[in-house]
Design a protein around this ligand. Structure first.
Ligand code: DC
Length: 223
């Protein structure tokens, strides 16, 4: 029997970092569903299609082959039609495109089976916005990670700066609040905590404390 751990929450709450570390610790497959939406967003942007043009996007989806794979150094990478796009999808522009295309029914349907298939084949730690509510409603453990917007923006800003490039904190904060609002207010699979999710506010927790609290909750729920 495969175990599935769902980690949802707004942008910059530390979902990916935590999901990756929990997956390593438990020997489960890590599925970053945001990376899937980002890859669709990148493809749409590169083809010069508006993220609101669902008819054209549906056509683009027909030739889209996206998958996770492991590089020689063991890191998980994202492939778009055979190209490693793991770094290309991590820009603020792509965050915007990903959020915009993620509101479309056809894009969500396209990615839904892929996500469920992964959870059928492996024990997974899956992070996103609708994992506990839509993708894996029967997940073994559901967590909703959140933190104050200012703190999430500070973390995101730091991460972007560490990768190089100049970013303005206020812009990062405004983008993050805008994206959360769009993700929460869309009609299909909006960002929200599942009724049976454990909500964890990490505003005042460092990564180590967050990880041990998550592992404690998983242990408590799975026995
Ligand atoms: O987790 P992230 O920031 O990489 O996600 C990018 C966007 O993708 C996010 O703003 C909304 C969308 N997304 C989604 O709608 N559902 C998911 N399960 C994961 C991401």
């Amino acid at each position: 029997m495969n175990v599935s751990i769902a980690i949802d929450g707004p942008a910059g709450a530390g979902k990916s970092t935590m999901a990756k570390r929990v997956a390593e610790k438990l020997g489960y497959f890590y599925v970053d569903t945001g990376a899937l939406y980002r890859t669709v967003g990148l493809h749409v942007m590169r083809n010069g299609v508006s993220p609101a043009d669902e008819v054209s996007i549906k056509k683009l989806l027909r030739d889209l082959d996206i998958s996770f794979y492991y590089a020689q150094d063991g890191t998980q990478r994202m492939s778009l039609n055979g190209e490693d796009v793991s770094d290309a999808i991590r820009t603020p522009d792509i965050s915007h495109y990903a959020s915009a295309v993620s509101a479309l029914a056809s894009v969500r349907a396209f990615l839904l089976d892929m996500q469920r298939n992964m959870a059928n084949k492996h024990s997974v730690v899956m992070d996103g916005r609708d994992i506990g509510t839509v993708v894996l409603p029967n997940a073994s453990v559901k967590l909703f990670l959140t933190a104050k917007a200012e703190e999430r923006a500070r973390r995101r800003w730091k991460e972007l700066r560490e990768k190089g490039g100049e970013y303005d904190y206020e812009t990062v904060l405004t983008d993050l609040i805008g994206r959360d609002k769009a993700d929460s207010e869309r009609p299909i699979a909006p960002l929200k905590a599942a009724q049976d999710a454990v909500v964890l506010d990490t505003t005042d927790l460092d990564p180590e404390a967050t990880l041990s609290e998550i592992l404690r909750i998983i242990k408590e729920r799975t026995g």
